[in-house]
Design a protein around this ligand. Structure first.
Ligand code: HEM
Length: 607
């Protein structure tokens, strides 16, 4: 089965499959043979990650976690009869060519040059280039976009109205599409979200510490779990959300009737994490501070490590990640998460086995571990702790900081608009008193819904949204031609366009409530309904599938806050959003003065 390939050329040729996937083409390359093993994804699947071992005279890169046992293999032929199939059905090929460390370095340099050349030969080259990279390096341009991306894009809107343009972002080159093309992007399956995210955020599974993101591209099961289990938000889930909100708010926000100063960001981060974790993993984990620390820490490491990695050329990332602090922390956090989840999964399996052995009904569990296990089994694939942990880490990552951010911005907006604040509180209390904390009551709180949507209009989580990667060549109606592998983002400028929204710079709580009375706009005026005029949750087939859950979670937390507390901005505090790259975040320094309200107009324990 195993034999020595003749030289490095073969290995690089296979590496070309990986590069070609993002629009590159490999040139012929004669490099003397080296002991390098590359594990390359086959048939559109991606590699989980590499780990690197020095074995005898050679370097051995082995995949993690599914092919751990292959560490004992020294060579493997790439030909189709020698493909490996991992537990989840993904097929892999391992490439090897004989030699020494110097040739590994030569191979990496060759790959960098080829990739750089191939990337720059894209057909979108004729588009205006907003932030061109330097001749030898794109690092400065990437750093510039990270800090000044928002002002660059504002400038581009004036320079290139209605046109697509190129820009070197902090994550690499992107084509920014004018909003006119949003309708063409939204349901085009050739423009893929997960593969784009997997590349930007998961580094295509090539970097240990980022391998959890491979869950995003495994036959859509991640998205299916969310759509199937987190969209309807049944009353039991609503009750869990409220129960956890009651618990954690009482421990995070002072109960004093006197004004106390509080920073919004850390408090809301804690509240949102625990409330969401209650649904994802139950009380055992939502009340477990170590778990919360690990999952929050993983998000932080991902941001820090990922931002640093993006400054390196692709081929060097597989080396530098070993020393970058965020990447090292991410690896440690994954290990710790596995250590915590493994006994939980084992205990559950033992309970099921015991029930079966005793002839009892198999107990039913209702949390994200169970949903994912069920969905995976349905695909005929065995699941393991590593995969379940990947799922937990990624779902927490996509769910928490987005929801925390919107909650924080909304609370700050209310503090700056006291009249709307009082009207929204009145609406909430009236409905809670009339119908309790139910979905029906939420339907009767249109001002709350409208005001949150308004906050999101003025400060979406990204001002460039709908990240996609062209999975094949694409021609748009305006003549724009994208080559396979091209990365696009869409501009959100329409969300502040005076032709679409009257006084667009003004926060108007009732803006979307008023739109509900216009038949043509009624449906898209709801918070969970994306449209070309409001891209806060994206738009089209890849619009955020977690938005229904996020909106319910937000409303539950807000009901608690509105009923129990009074707040206003602390003197001198700053509410201006911050920008990193395409991300727009609520100001982490925002502080409020907050106090407990005297009236107890609704008792949450009664639901
Ligand atoms: C206020 C909170 C949230 C905001 C603002 C938000 C925003 C977004 C945005 C803008 C996208 C990209 C859509 C596109 O490009 O068209 C997205 C995608 C996604 N979101 Fe959210 N999100 C939130 C909460 C959540 C939650 C709670 C979950 C999970 C429970 C979640 C899971 C996802 C997933 C899985 C995708 C990728 C969809 C796909 O692959 O097609 N999000 N979200």
């Amino acid at each position: 089965m195993r034999q020595q390939p003749s030289c490095m050329q073969g290995a690089l040729h296979r590496a070309g499959m990986f590069l070609r996937d993002r629009g590159a083409t490999m040139g012929a390359c004669h490099v003397p043979a080296a002991y390098i093993t590359l594990v390359i994804p086959i048939e559109g699947h991606h590699l989980y990650s590499f780990s690197c071992h020095i074995l005898n005279s050679g370097i051995y890169l082995s995949p993690f976690p599914y092919l751990r046992n292959l560490r004992h293999h020294t060579t493997m032929n790439i030909s189709s009869e020698h493909l490996e199939t991992s537990q989840d059905g993904t097929r892999w090929a391992t490439l090897l060519a004989p030699s020494s460390l110097s040739f590994l370095v030569a191979a990496i340099v060759a790959a960098v040059i080829t990739y750089t050349w191939a990337s720059s030969s894209n057909t979108t080259k004729g588009l205006p280039n907003l932030n061109p990279p330097g001749f030898f390096s794109s690092v400065e341009a990437k750093k510039f976009f990270a800090t000044s991306g928002e002002s660059l894009v504002t400038q581009a809107r004036k320079l290139y109205p209605g046109q697509a343009y190129r820009v070197m972002t902090n994550m690499g080159e992107r084509i920014i599409l004018p909003h006119e093309l949003v309708e063409e992007v939204r349901n085009d399956r050739r423009l893929n979200f997960s593969h784009g995210f997997m590349e930007d955020g998961g580094f295509d599974g090539l970097i240990p510490g980022f391998e959890p993101f491979s869950i995003l591209i495994q036959d859509g099961r991640f998205q299916t779990v969310i759509k199937k289990h987190l969209t309807k938000v049944p009353i039991g889930m609503l009750k869990s959300l409220s129960d956890e909100a009651e618990f954690i708010i009482s421990r995070t926000i002072s109960d004093s009737p006197d004004w106390n100063e509080m920073a919004l960001s850390p408090a809301f981060h804690e509240i949102v994490t625990k409330v969401a974790t209650r649904v994802f993993l139950g009380k055992e984990f939502s009340r477990n501070d170590d778990w919360v620390r690990v999952t929050q820490g993983f998000t932080h490491s991902w941001i820090v490590g990922g931002s640093a990695l993006h400054l390196w050329p692709w081929a060097l990332r597989i080396l530098v990640h070993w020393v970058l602090p965020g990447c090292r922390e991410a690896r440690a956090q994954i290990k710790e998460a596995r250590r915590m989840i493994a006994p939980f999964v084992a205990k559950r399996q033992a309970t099921i086995q015991a029930a079966i052995a005793a002839g009892h009904d198999v107990p039913k569990f209702d949390d994200a571990i169970e949903w994912m296990a069920e969905e995976t089994t349905k695909k005929g694939v065995a699941y393991d702790t590593a995969m379940l942990v990947n799922f937990q880490l990624v779902i927490t990552l996509v769910a928490i900081h987005t929801t925390t951010d919107l909650l924080q911005q909304f609370v700050a907006d209310l503090a700056q608009n006291p009249e709307s604040f009082q009207q929204i509180r009145r609406e909430v209390i009236n409905q809670l008193q009339a119908g309790g904390l139910t979905k029906e009551s939420f339907h009767k709180m249109p001002l709350l819904d409208s005001a949150i949507k308004e906050t999101q209009r003025l400060k979406p989580i990204q001002f460039l949204i709908m990240r996609r990667r062209a999975q094949e060549d694409i021609q748009f109606s305006n003549g724009l031609h994208l080559k396979k592998g091209t990365r696009i983002w869409a501009d959100t400028c329409r969300m502040r366009d005076p032709a679409v929204y009257e006084n667009p710079e003004e926060w108007d709580a009732a803006r979307f409530l008023k739109l509900r009375s216009q038949p043509s706009k009624a449906s898209e005026a709801h918070l969970v309904c994306p449209s070309r005029d409001h891209l806060g949750f994206g738009y089209g087939i890849h619009a955020c599938p977690g938005r229904f859950f996020a909106v319910h979670e937000l409303k539950v937390i807000l009901c608690h806050l509105l009923v129990k507390f009074e707040w206003k901005l602390a003197p001198g505090t700053d509410t201006k959003p911050g920008y990193i790259g395409d991300t727009c975040f609520a100001n982490p320094e925002t502080r409020v003065l907050i106090r407990r309200r005297e009236e107890a107009e609704y008792d949450f324990c009664s639901i």
